[in-house]
Design a protein around this ligand. Structure first.
Ligand SMILES: NC(=O)c1ccc[n+]([C@@H]2O[C@H](COP(=O)([O-])OP(=O)(O)OC[C@H]3O[C@@H](n4cnc5c(N)ncnc54)[C@H](OP(=O)(O)O)[C@@H]3O)[C@@H](O)[C@H]2O)c1
Length: 267
């Protein structure tokens, strides 16, 4: 749970509205719930309109905030343009860009259309939306952007090579723009979780023996915004990150390959 001070800080620094993509499920949905508990109004985006509506109703029953839903496929230029257009005129101060998914297995045997779609959703759409909202936030001299990296982002990962590459792109982008935007009053946070129990594993075809609950990582994420550039939320993310960070890069790739081989193809 967020402290009263953190709720006040989130509302005053990043309110009155927050955009959350990937809000129909998992980490995005949990962050939306916590932001509503801090009295931020919400724009929620995902593809599945029914799940979005159910999330919006759940949030409005629990908290007295306004919620708008935008059903858009962020794997298409039209979906990204629709989201930008339908949020124009809404005083958004925080963009939480959680929409994304993973794949696993041997890269050479993967379905290229699915890999290209993941590249568009995980990287192209995130870059376009970050560009759009960071320009807006810089002009208003305040705002926050939360991007989703992963512990897989810090080395090559056999058996989930392309997904890890999409997350390395986000981690690198976040670190660079965080330094550029800080003097303009805009906070950028990269979130690098370990395994989290959401719809992610099933879609990625992975089996996670141990995973964190989305509720247990949402508070550390929102608490880190404005205070750090990268957060490893939850004990499992921290154990995995700090354990791996003592190893040279080739050894991290070897270890992550062994771990991912046990997880891949078993969703
Ligand atoms: N779970 C983990 O272990 C883990 C670990 C590290 C990083 N992450 C990252 O955390 C983020 C959130 O994942 P999660 O674990 O919460 O997974 P999740 O439960 O599967 O949620 C993914 C969200 O993204 C939305 N989405 C997927 N494709 C979309 C598209 N083309 N257009 C618009 N929305 C789309 C989904 O909604 P619809 O299906 O309705 O479109 C859903 O709301 C992702 O970026 C993921 O890579 C997850």
């Amino acid at each position: 749970m967020l402290s009263l001070n953190d709720k006040k800080r989130l509302l005053s620094q990043y309110g009155p509205w927050a955009l959350v993509t990937g809000a129909s499920s998992g980490i995005g949905k949990e962050l939306a719930l916590q932001l509503a508990s801090a009295q931020l109004h919400l724009v929620l985006c995902a593809t599945n309109a029914d799940r979005l509506q159910a999330t919006a109703s759940e949030i409005q029953n629990a908290h007295k905030v306004e919620v708008k839903i935008i059903s858009a496929d962020l794997g298409t230029p039209a979906g990204v343009a629709q989201l930008m257009e339908q949020t124009s005129g809404i005083p958004i101060g925080l963009a939480v860009l959680a929409a994304g998914y993973g794949t696993s297995g041997y890269f050479a045997q993967s379905q290229l259309p699915n890999e290209l779609q993941m590249l568009r959703v995980n990287c192209e759409a995130v870059m376009q939306l970050t560009h759009h909202y960071s320009a807006q936030f810089a002009a208003q001299r305040r705002g926050g952007i939360i991007l989703f990296s992963s512990i897989v982002a810090f080395q090559g990962v056999p058996h989930s090579a392309h997904y890890a590459a999409t997350k390395a792109y986000i981690q690198t982008l976040a670190e660079g723009i965080a330094a550029e935007l800080k003097p303009l009053g805009v906070d950028v946070l990269s979130v690098a979780p370990g395994p989290v129990n959401t719809q992610f594993a099933q879609r990625a075809g992975m089996h996670m023996a141990q995973a964190l609950n989305p509720a247990s990582i949402a508070t550390p994420i929102l608490t880190a915004l404005g205070r750090r550039t990268t957060v490893y939320p939850g004990y499992l993310s921290q154990i995995l990150h700090y354990g791996l960070s003592t190893l040279p890069r080739f050894a991290r790739t070897f270890v992550m390959g062994k771990v991912m081989k046990g997880m891949a193809g078993r969703g």
